[in-house]
Write a protein that binds this ligand. Structure first.
Ligand SMILES: Cc1ncc(COP(=O)(O)O)c(C=O)c1O
Length: 441
């Protein structure tokens, strides 16, 4: 009888796990504080560590793994494309950029697309596009180069993105940054009006601030931003890297606000965990680019684009927007009940599957206890617990999450340090639980 091949274990063993942690400590640059857990694989909404312990994942790789782990439709496409051409230079066509751009245009209401490798690279390209458009409009004459961004923002780690990221802790160590950037107080229309004039080429904002603690931009602020951008022929740039592509229960968070942005940037979930971002733009802005002015080696290769196309098609065919809205409502109801029970819960913010629970104490110890109990969440801005589960969660996962979180709240010793509200507090400080905080970014 033919011997069946032995199924390979996905565990790497406790000893191997320890040596991974040792090697990292010795050979990696010191940019992250990680707990001593090595995740070896995942299935659906669960991750497994090197000991085989199972975790319910309500962080989703920080809004990346929108179809969870090893989703059969993505696995099929990745396998297929791996046997064809993983990379084809952007000097040539590949079969997937066109169809993917068409679908993104339909989802977003934008007209043209440029593919990148990450969120921060999409931001850089969007800033270049806005500057270029303004330069062409003014024929290089007037000084239309100023960029407005919002306080409490996060747009990425490269120099342009850092320059429009407000908290000092990200920016100051790397100064001087791109000149000509000014920050507007969050949702403060009067401050926006005072700073917006004809020298502005772009206003960049996260439709829902993510790293800043899940703060949605108000309708009044957005409306005025749209009016002022139109009046001064500047680009209104919506950073939907964290909140876009379905997470709110709409394709884009701005779709419940009046009018469209001029440029939209996306990344995180776009290729289901593979690195892919995109700049989407209305035609008048997109038309500023011509060959040679912008480019990338890796962005938009066939493997990542085919996977992204499958991701978007799966969201459509499996009616995931409806699932996001239904599960989001269940989560909100459950979290509201918890808020009535635990007096250190200050506020619940967000919608769909981008939710933040602001505490009046530091959140790190709760994240640590959650990890111990097999639940992955994170804390941003010292005191906001952030939940970004996959779009495929079921009512059963929501129940499991709520039970686990309640147990975490009950079993964690209440931290002594009281915190001030996230929007008022500005930059966060470090703590012994830093791995749970923004240092993970
Ligand atoms: C709103 C927002 N913009 C930009 C970025 C940067 O994206 P990336 O880490 O892919 O460069 C992030 C990452 O967290 C983000 O949340």
């Amino acid at each position: 009888m033919k011997k069946m091949p032995k199924k390979k274990s996905k565990k790497i063993g406790v000893g191997a796990g320890a040596s991974v942690v040792r090697d990292e400590a010795r050979f990696l640059m010191n940019t992250y504080k990680r707990p001593p857990v090595v995740f070896t694989h995942g299935k659906g909404c669960y991750l497994y560590d090197h000991r085989g312990k199972k975790y319910l994942d309500f962080l989703g790789g920080i809004a990346v793994n929108a179809l969870g782990y090893a989703h059969p439709r993505l696995v099929r496409v990745i396998r297929r494309e791996a046997t064809r051409a993983v990379h084809v230079s952007n000097l040539f066509h590949n079969p997937y950029q066109g169809p993917l751009a068409r679908k993104l245009a339909r989802w977003s209401g934008m007209e043209r697309v440029f593919f990148t490798n990450s969120g921060t690279e999409a931001i850089e390209g969007a800033l270049k596009l806005a500057r270029l458009y303004a330069r062409q409009k003014t024929q290089g004459a007037g000084d239309k180069t100023r960029i407005l961004a919002l306080e409490n923002s996060f747009h990425g780690r490269t120099f342009g993105a850092l320059a429009i990221t407000a908290p000092a802790k990200y920016r100051e160590p790397f100064a001087p940054l791109l000149p000509g950037v000014e920050f507007v107080r969050f949702n403060d229309t009067a401050d926006l009006e005072a700073k917006f004039d004809s020298t502005v080429c772009a206003l960049v904002l996260e439709t829902i601030q993510g790293e800043g603690g899940i703060f949605p931009v108000s309708e009044a602020f957005w409306r005025r931003a749209r009016e002022l951008a139109t009046q001064h022929d500047a680009a209104l740039i919506a950073d939907e890297i964290q909140c876009g592509l379905g997470r709110t229960g709409r394709y884009f968070a701005y779709q419940q606000l009046p009018g469209l942005p001029d440029i939209v940037v996306v990344a995180k979930p776009l290729a289901g965990g593979l690195p892919l971002g995109a700049i989407l733009a209305r035609e008048p802005f997109a038309a500023a680019f011509s060959p040679g002015l912008h480019g990338t080696t890796f962005g938009g290769g066939p493997l990542v684009c085919a996977t992204a196309l499958e991701f978007l098609t799966t969201v459509e065919e499996e009616n995931l927007l409806a699932n996001i809205r239904a599960r989001g409502a269940e989560l909100r109801a459950g979290l509201t009940k918890l808020a009535a029970k635990f007096d250190f819960i200050r506020e619940l913010r967000g919608e769909g599957l981008i939710l933040g629970l602001e505490l009046s104490v530091e959140g790190g110890p709760y994240v640590t206890e959650a990890l111990r109990q097999g639940l992955l969440i994170n804390c941003t801005h010292d005191s906001t617990l952030r939940f970004l589960p996959p779009f495929i969660i079921s009512a059963r996962h929501v129940n499991e999450f709520l039970h686990k979180l309640e147990s975490v709240f009950t079993k964690t010793r209440r931290p002594q340090k009281e915190t001030s509200p996230a929007q008022a507090s500005g930059a966060s400080s470090s703590s012994a639980h830093d791995f749970a905080l923004t240092a993970t970014r």
